[in-house]
Design a protein around this ligand. Structure first.
Ligand SMILES: [Zn+2]
Length: 295
């Protein structure tokens, strides 16, 4: 936590390099903007060795801190801060370990949070919501009777509307009303339980996707929901990745530290397996019995 000396008001945030009066010798070599990577790194080392925490960071390092806050990617931040792309990975990694860089990052984060009111707590809660949301609030799979489960003599079963329509067109075509095939009769209910002796589905029934009303979602399911898309195959419900959200939580809890990399990778792959590897969308059922079978 950075405290301003008593009696002084905090400096405006325009300059990144605030220098407490104490150890002056530390701010020595100011490296020219472009140097060979090796030279730059040597300069880094020398500079870091003498830097005390709280000391102003060199401009490029402050750039690194600023860029790191954009995407939390040390390598990309180092490149954008002007370090050589060839060594940016290593430099970024090294920089992140420096106490003064860590301090600068945490201070910048703190003031960022104060400005935006977006706290780590809130972000963590949001990620946790996504990770633990029940996807069935968005879309469910119902398994109910097939068309032949409860029809008379296990013949094709129609709803009243379907039956009447079929009969109407039969009559419009001038056919003999007495010859109209009533098949399994009226009363098809897709939510009725399957018939265990059904010759068509053998009691397994038919799966039906049921898309839920998004106006009544719990906060967790609302966090999981990422919109809908009308595709040529039907409505696609999109969801944020539970796996990504879980990884963010794990990262926050420190389960992804470098030393634990292998463990973390194994964990990630385990999570991926558990989650079925696809949390980003829901494919509509292609063989919807309501659509493929004619009544
Ligand atoms: Zn059936």
């Amino acid at each position: 936590m950075a405290k301003t000396p008593a009696g002084k008001s905090p400096p405006p945030r325009k300059s990144a390099t605030k220098k407490p009066a104490a150890p002056k010798k530390a701010v020595g070599s100011v490296a020219p903007a472009r140097k060979s990577a090796a030279k730059a790194r040597a300069a880094q080392k020398k500079d870091v060795a003498t830097d005390a925490p709280q000391l102003g960071l060199k401009e490029r390092r402050q750039d690194f801190v600023n860029e790191f806050l954009v995407d939390l990617n040390a390598t990309q931040a180092a490149i954008r801060a002007g370090y050589s792309p060839e060594t940016a990975g290593q430099i970024g990694h090294e920089l992140l370990k420096k106490p003064e860089i860590q301090l600068a990052i945490s201070e910048a984060r703190k003031s960022q949070q104060e400005r935006t009111q977006i706290t780590a707590d809130r972000a963590l809660r949001e990620a946790w919501s996504i990770a633990t949301a029940d996807a069935r609030e968005l879309v469910e799979l119902y398994v109910g009777a097939c068309r032949y489960c409860h029809g008379e003599g296990h013949r094709y079963h129609r709803t009243l509307t379907e039956f009447n329509k079929a009969r109407e067109s039969w009559l419009e075509e001038g056919k003999d009303p007495a010859e109209f095939d009533e098949m399994g009769g009226i009363g098809f209910n897709p939510l009725a339980p399957p018939h265990h002796e059904c010759p068509e589905c053998a009691g397994a029934g038919w799966p039906r996707q049921v898309v839920k009303d998004t106006r009544r979602l719990s906060p967790a399911a609302a966090a999981l929901y990422a919109g809908t898309k009308l595709t040529k195959d039907g409505l696609q419900i999109q969801m944020h990745s539970k796996l990504d959200a879980l990884e963010k939580v794990f990262k926050h809890l420190g389960l992804y530290e470098q030393d634990n990399k292998q463990k973390a990778d194994a964990l990630a792959s385990l999570l991926h397996t558990i989650s079925g590897g696809n949390n980003s969308g829901f494919q509509p059922v292609a063989d919807d019995p309501e659509r493929t079978t004619k009544g």
